[in-house]
Ligand binder design. Structure first.
Ligand code: SF4
Ligand code: SF4
Length: 125
């Protein structure tokens, strides 16, 4: 695995709202702020939201449960059903160190995300 120190892009990321990243296997972490925002968005109390949607995974933390075929439970008809209140993990994609700082992860992100492919890149290692 080849690490890069820094990666600069020619363009800012522009999401195409294709929903493909919401089907990638992995955990969607939710912070206390995420829980507050999503429960308010869904007009639920935080307790109702936690009881219905938040799972605890050992060594991982609080996450959303998976829906059909491992996709996110909030993915509806190919779109995020809580888009305005989606977790920071989702809204900050793909600007995660583990993606932009790792060549293999970046190539994987580009394999399913058109927005990533369109960013262009200059690698400084
Ligand atoms: S895969 Fe990329 S373009 Fe598609 S919804 Fe996810 S972030 Fe947006
Ligand atoms: S919360 Fe929304 S943006 Fe995040 S993975 Fe689920 S459907 Fe996709």
């Amino acid at each position: 695995m080849k690490k890069v120190k820094r990666r600069k892009f020619n363009k800012n990321f522009k999401c195409k709202a294709c929903g493909k990243c919401c089907k990638v296997e992995g955990y969607i972490h939710v912070s206390n702020t995420d829980i507050k925002n999503i429960s308010r968005h869904l007009k639920m109390t935080e307790k109702q939201f936690r009881d219905k949607y938040v799972r605890w995974v050992h060594n991982i933390g609080r996450v959303l449960p998976s829906g059909v075929n491992s996709s996110c439970i909030f993915l509806k008809n190919g779109k995020c059903g809580i888009y305005q209140a989606r977790p920071v993990q989702c809204s900050s994609f793909p600007y995660w160190d583990m993606i932009t700082g790792d060549n293999d992860e970046w190539e994987y992100a580009k394999s399913y995300c058109k927005g990533c492919r369109e960013m262009g890149e200059i690698i400084i290692s």
